[in-house]
Design a protein around this ligand. Sequence first.
Ligand SMILES: [Fe+2]
Length: 186
Amino acid sequence: MTATYTIESFIGEVKEILASDGSSETGLNKIAERMKVLARHPELAGDEPMGNIHTGSQSKPLYVDDSGLILVRAKFGPEAMTPIHSHGSWGVIGVYQGRDQYQVWRRNDDGTGAGDADVEMVEERILEQGDAVVLPPPPQDIHAQRGYDGEPTYEYVLFGANTMILPRLYFDPEQSSAKEVLPGQR
Ligand SMILES: [Fe+2]
């Protein structure tokens, strides 16, 4: 008999990886492999109404604990890219429905917070259903995204710290600046 795969199965695997490898590059890449499995289980996302992770109307996390580890669902519409932003935590994203036009940005100065910030886009790719990507630890957890080709995309996002309460940074590459924004603010 095959055991049923659940959110708890995924979280158990994540905790084992974090215990042995931490949030090193190796650890996060291993978690991304597990995230690809979770992303093939859209039914585990449930059917609660879902808000946009970047406007603050978030749905209840699928998992959260005292260590800060948190698993949420996110929906990104096709209308416009999100702001170029960071969450203040490593993360792993897995697409469970639709496709994601996903941009990786890099901060080239030695800053970590708001104020002057020199950022450039280093990669843009289309994430397909079942793909997973790693958000590296801050300050390089910078990205932007939207649903690709006129359709929304739906994702699982695992963060190492509770990003629902941590301030985020929104970057303006034209002005070479970053501003701090609390979740729920624009
Ligand atoms: Fe994000």
